[in-house]
Design a protein around this ligand. Structure first.
Ligand SMILES: Nc1ncnc2c1ncn2[C@@H]1O[C@H](COP(=O)(O)OP(=O)(O)O)[C@@H](O)[C@H]1O
Ligand SMILES: [Mg+2]
Length: 218
């Protein structure tokens, strides 16, 4: 179980606390969907959980023990909104093999299949893929890496794969083996997933019902 306890976060270049006494717990089996308006701190929260940023106050615990930033980096994987900034491989095949030297063709195909990229040309440069394909590739990389905590930052932004059933099935199946946290400004697109819904507001997390995510956007 992952727990955030009274987390404050203020980037060096910011005057105010972006996260402001935030509590959250996440466990296997139920995806967490955190919504919030633009600028509410969703990406900052992803960065803090995944250890890319350090909180200024508060504890993050894994199975009851406080873990530091470095431990969080090992534990978590992030699919960013703009994954093209983070690709390292010259080809799709290389990207999938990063940190996976013994990746079998079979495991590679299973991962690509899961994210709907089975027809992709593996010799293509990741930079030349469409935005949607890049995000799917970034997800395939994380599925192969299998971090204990998988964070998706705006997985639906500008994409066509939001409400498709196979994506919902995929997210549901991921959440059985990995803690899954989705941050999004489009929570209504996830209403068919059995999930816990929260809202990030004034640097704190509030539990909300699914109905209120729908109402808000109509
Ligand atoms: N490194 C930083 N330095 C200064 N301000 C930041 C930094 N990172 C984020 N912010 C500010 O924090 C707020 C939340 O940003 P962000 O986490 O990207 O929100 P969201 O992902 O919900 O749109 C914004 O007002 C943003 O300008
Ligand atoms: Mg963001």
């Amino acid at each position: 179980m992952l727990e955030l306890k009274d987390i404050y976060y203020k980037p060096a270049t910011s005057r105010r606390d972006i996260l402001n006494g935030l509590y959250l717990s996440a466990s296997l089996g139920t995806p967490i969907v955190i919504s919030g308006s633009s600028g509410s701190g969703k990406t900052s929260l992803v960065e803090v959980i995944s250890g890319l940023s350090g909180q200024s106050k508060g504890e993050i615990c894994w199975n009851g023990e406080a873990i530091n930033q470095r431990q969080r980096r090992w534990l978590s994987g992030v699919v960013f909104q703009f994954p093209e900034r983070y690709f390292l491989g010259l080809t799709v095949a290389q990207e999938l093999r990063l940190g996976q030297r013994r990746l079998t063709t079979e495991r590679q195909s299973i991962a690509l299949n899961k994210v709907g990229l089975s027809d992709l040309d593996l010799s293509k440069s990741p930079e030349r893929l469409s935005g949607g394909q890049q995000r799917r590739l970034a997800l395939a990389v994380q599925l192969l890496r299998k971090p204990r905590v998988l964070l998706l930052d705006e997985p639906t932004a500008g994409l066509d794969w939001s409400v498709r059933e196979e994506v919902i099935d995929l997210l549901t199946s991921i959440s059985k083996e990995q803690i899954l946290i989705i941050v999004t400004h489009e929570p209504e697109l996830f209403r068919n997933i059995r999930s816990l819904c929260y809202k990030l507001i004034n640097g704190k997390i509030q539990r909300i019902t699914k109905e209120s995510t729908e109402r808000e956007t109509t």
